[in-house]
Design a protein around this ligand. Structure first.
Ligand SMILES: O=C(O)c1ccccc1NCC(=O)[C@H](O)[C@H](O)COP(=O)(O)O
Length: 221
């Protein structure tokens, strides 16, 4: 019996790697729009990559406390289909963004430090399309390779779909999915040679592990 899973590989910086990973049937690719990140890619480069990718792919821009105007301009310039808010954005901010860009898939990331963070996550579940649970790190917003406490997630059932992130890699993805039951997973540093440079072999290993565990990759939605 197959189980469906959506897979996002995040932190792409080159067309060649984006095309190679898209060809493996992943659901989504993420592009970091925070210029302090080692995985930053500028909007012009994102736009060029997006033109060469299949239409079925969900292309996601990752933002951290950007203003609504900045996100709006980048979304229009690039053609990104999804917007991931990875900072302290409020529910009200998400509502305003939803109103300004109704066509885009809205993802809110929450850094999970304890069970309270899961309650906070649920306050967004009527407003966004996907909740993304990531590991907490005191200095960094994301792409940290830190794992969160999966045992907290066994009963997590928000009103919208949710994806698991945080230190996922070929060696631990199966165990993570036996402890938590997300609709999708989001992976960055666990399939990287260095920040922003993916290791296609590790991406394949990750996807093979999922296939061997009877997961079938799905497009969004
Ligand atoms: O990846 C970054 O550099 C980054 C910087 C600032 C905000 C978010 C960032 N990444 C967001 C992602 O969606 C990552 O895939 C997610 O944090 C998981 O990363 P990892 O633990 O390395 O798999």
């Amino acid at each position: 019996m197959f189980k469906n899973i959506q897979v996002k590989i995040c932190g792409l910086t080159s067309l060649e790697q984006a095309q190679a990973i898209a060809a493996r049937g992943v659901t989504a690719l993420g592009f970091i729009c925070l210029d302090r990140s080692p995985r930053y890619i500028d909007p012009g480069a994102i736009a060029k990559i997006l033109q060469a990718l299949p239409n079925s792919l969900l292309t996601v821009g990752v933002f951290v406390n950007h203003s609504l105007d900045e996100i709006y301009d980048i979304a229009h310039h690039t053609g990104l289909k999804g917007l991931q808010l990875h900072g302290n954005e409020s529910v009200e901010f998400c509502q305003a963004l939803r109103h300004a860009l109704p066509e885009q898939v809205l993802i809110k990331a929450i850094q999970v430090r304890d069970a309270q963070a899961l309650e906070r996550a649920k306050t967004y579940d009527q407003t966004v399309d996907i909740l993304l649970l990531d590991a907490y790190h005191p200095q960094q917003w994301g792409g940290t390779g830190q794992v969160l406490d999966w045992s907290l997630l066994q009963t997590f059932q928000p009103a919208c779909p949710w994806w698991l992130a945080g230190g996922l890699k070929p060696e631990n993805i199966h165990q993570a999915l036996t402890m938590a039951n997300p609709q999708g997973v989001d992976v960055s540093s666990g399939v990287e040679r260095s920040p922003g440079i993916k290791d296609i072999f590790l991406v394949e290993q990750l996807l093979d592990t999922l296939t061997e565990a009877n997961y079938r990759l799905n497009n969004y939605p």
